[in-house]
Design a protein around this ligand. Structure first.
Ligand code: FE
Length: 311
């Protein structure tokens, strides 16, 4: 008899809605698809934005993202293909490339650039904006460059405990899956958003991927290669076409995703339930804090990066 998935049958979440991204450009004219737009910030709290850039035309990405500030949240950049160099006002520098992750905590503020380090070829990846709780919005800025070899991977056992085919390759960027801790594994006691960030690669023959996600956490799936299907508690599939985001409903405590050869990001986190005030690259809790952010930036007080803490 197969070992049960959990002690009680999991209540698989269904799909609340499908979202088609919005084509836009940012930085000095980088073409991208904004998957998670500002109107979804409350629904998908603690996530503020998800951009997908994917092009083999250097005209779409060559201009990059010259010097610009951030305050009050974290940016998580995941490169599928290509090379991007990061420099910030604290003197930090790193090269982000194929399969690697940069996890930047802007905190009290920094000025940085993100520039392509290639003149041809494919540039493909994602940038997720993850909110910080009010208590941490002015924390010391920091960042981690995680090379691809240091992103933990696992292949789920096949068959799954319920008998369905497994064998899904999982890259664990944050949180944990099937007992494997992610590259960014932070205790929920100190990091209340308790973020799960998985990149799922389904085998060509097809498989089901099962993952516990606590009830109440907001969760979404973005299919970036091929189509995935979300299987609800009754076993009914909802197709998630390529380049679409599916927002899971919040009724269950697990998800089941079925696909053949597709690749998808599964992202979930505990909502902060705090006021969100955004002005461009600054995300705070109040309008007054945004005005202070603009003043600090205009007066050069974000240029010292880590030294900002001395104030
Ligand atoms: Fe940036």
């Amino acid at each position: 008899m197969p070992q049960s998935f959990t002690d009680t049958a999991p209540n698989f979440r269904g799909v609340e809605r499908l979202v088609r991204g919005t084509p836009t450009s940012d930085g000095a004219g980088v073409k991208l698809t904004r998957v998670l737009t500002q109107d979804l910030q409350h629904r998908l709290d603690p996530f503020l934005m998800l951009d997908n850039f994917a092009s083999d035309n250097p005209d779409d990405y060559g201009a990059g993202f010259p010097d610009h500030p951030h305050r009050g949240f974290e940016t998580v950049t995941y490169m599928i293909a290509g090379r991007m160099r990061h420099k910030d006002s604290a003197g930090n520098e790193g090269l982000l490339q194929n399969g690697g992750v940069q996890w930047m905590t802007a905190g009290s503020g920094l000025v940085h650039s993100e520039m392509p380090e290639q003149e041809a070829g494919v540039m493909e990846g994602f940038q997720l904006w993850l909110n910080l709780p009010a208590k941490d919005k002015l924390c010391r800025p920091s960042y981690r460059d995680i090379q691809s070899a240091n992103v933990p991977e696992l292949t789920t056992p096949t068959p799954n405990p319920d008998g369905s085919p497994g064998g899904v390759l999982v890259r664990v960027i944050s949180g944990s899956s099937h007992g494997v801790k992610g590259a960014m594994h932070r205790p929920a006691t100190t990091h209340p958003t308790d973020t799960l960030y998985l990149d799922l690669h389904f085998p060509a023959a097809g498989a089901d991927f099962l993952q516990d996600i606590p009830a109440g956490y907001n969760a979404f799936l973005y299919a970036y290669r091929g189509q995935a299907n979300i299987m609800d508690a009754q076993g009914h599939p909802t197709a998630v076409p390529s380049q679409r985001m599916a927002i899971f409903d919040n009724t269950g405590d697990a998800v089941r995703i079925r696909a053949q050869g597709a690749r998808a990001l599964l992202i979930a986190g505990r909502p902060l339930k705090e006021p969100i005030a955004q002005y461009g690259p600054f995300v705070m809790n109040t309008r007054e804090e945004l005005i202070a952010a603009v003043e600090d930036f205009q007066n050069g007080r974000m240029n010292s990066g880590a030294q900002k803490q001395a104030n």
